[in-house]
Write a protein that binds this ligand. Sequence first.
Ligand code: FE
Length: 200
Amino acid sequence: MNTSALFKIGYGLYVLTANEQGKDNGCIVNTVMQITSDPLQIAVWVNKNNYTCGMIQHTRKFNISVLTEETSFDVFKNFGYQSGQNTDKFTNFIDVKRTNNGILYITKNTNAYFSAWVQQEIDLGTHIMFIAQLIEAEVLSEKPAITYDYYQKNIKPAPQPSKKKGWRCKICGYIYEAEEIPADFICPICKHGAIDFEKI
Ligand code: FE
C-alpha cells in the first residue's frame, strides 16, 4: 500500500481558534467542510494532541479562518509547529479580530472566517470530529484559498540536507534519531503519527 496516495486528496488549510477562560489559542487544520445546509453545519476534524482540541471540547465553540495562497510560512510555523500548551501563539501575532463569540480570527491572508457552535463531538481515536452549527460567517477577500498541495509545492521550505540519521516527519521535517520508530510515535512538533515519517 502506498499511503502517499492520501496526499493526492484535495484539502485546504485553516486556522482553527478557540478561547478558554481568556486564553486564546489556535492550530492549523486541513479538514473543514460544510456538511448540511439546513441547519447550516460545518465539520472539523482535530488531532486530540492539539491543545485547541481540548479547549473546544470544554467550550463547545470555535472559529475557522480560511487561509489564502499568500499566507507566509511564518503563519504555518506559528500555528502549526508549536503547542499552545507552553506558548501564547498570539503574543506576536497582531493580525486578528474577535468575533461575537469572544474568539479570535485571522484578518490577514484569509478570505473568510466562520464562527460555529458545537452540536456533536465524535471520538475517532486519534482525532475528534466536531459537527457545529454556523453562527457567523464573512467573506474577507476574493483571493484563492490555499490548498494543501499548493502549500507543499510553494510555501513549505524544502527539507534541509541533514547529517542526522533516523526518521523525518514528512509533514513538518522533524527528525527522530533512531534506527526504528515506535508505531505509536507522535511527532512532537506537528502531532502526526509514525506513518507520516520516512527513513533518512
Ligand atoms: Fe511533524
